[in-house]
Design a protein around this ligand. Structure first.
Ligand SMILES: C[S@@+](CC[C@H](N)C(=O)[O-])C[C@H]1O[C@@H](n2cnc3c(N)ncnc32)[C@H](O)[C@@H]1O
Length: 174
């Protein structure tokens, strides 16, 4: 067996397990384009008074951008241990530990009530499971921004149909 095989096979197995496991918990890791991250944060009018929660923060791009470019405090919740560690490393290197917090775990089991803005890029079925929790825990004036997928029971405030970005308030749709 050559070295390439010894590296490639275990790596492929780890990647396949990671994708299917995170998919079953909410969504596999697919990063949001940076252009879309900015559109989401701009659409939600994120500023220094905000606390932005990214549900499934992946490589941390949304929470880091919210802190560095928009002056917000931010919290990322991530269930994948490797991505959680990656985010911890990144915020430490960038000196953002006072402004950005990473929580390891399942966002369905976390208290989201401190968020003024929630961002997410998940799956349609996950959004539908999540919408009751958002209505229960968030203040009605909070903003929820979703990339690609909708929250059919929440009140839609704005949308960019071309980019598929949807902005809601966590109250029942009229
Ligand atoms: C489509 S990616 C989006 C990543 C990031 N928010 C972005 O926009 O680039 C979804 C992320 O959610 C994480 N995830 C899936 N289910 C989760 C759960 N129940 N709790 C916490 N994180 C979860 C995955 O590990 C993955 O990193």
């Amino acid at each position: 067996m050559d070295l390439w095989f010894l590296v490639f096979v275990p790596l492929t197995i780890v990647i396949v397990i990671s994708i299917s496991w995170t998919h079953s918990r909410g969504a596999p890791w697919v990063p949001t384009f940076m252009k879309t991250v900015h559109k989401m944060l701009t659409m939600a009018d994120v500023g220094p008074n905000d606390v932005v929660y990214d549900l499934g923060c992946g490589d941390g791009r949304t929470i880091i951008t919210a802190a560095r470019r928009y002056g917000a405090r931010s919290v990322g919740i991530e269930i994948d241990p490797l991505r959680y560690l990656w985010c911890q490393m990144l915020i430490t290197i960038l000196g953002l530990r006072g402004q950005v917090k990473i929580v390891y775990g399942d966002f369905f089991n976390q208290d989201l009530s401190a968020a003024t803005v929630v961002t997410c890029y998940l799956l349609q079925s996950t959004n539908e499971r999540l919408q009751g929790k958002l209505m229960q825990e968030l203040h009605p004036s909070a903003r929820v921004v979703s990339n690609d997928f909708t929250f059919p029971r929440l009140q839609l405030h704005r949308q960019d149909t071309k980019e598929k970005i949807y902005l809601y308030h966590p109250v029942p749709a009229k």
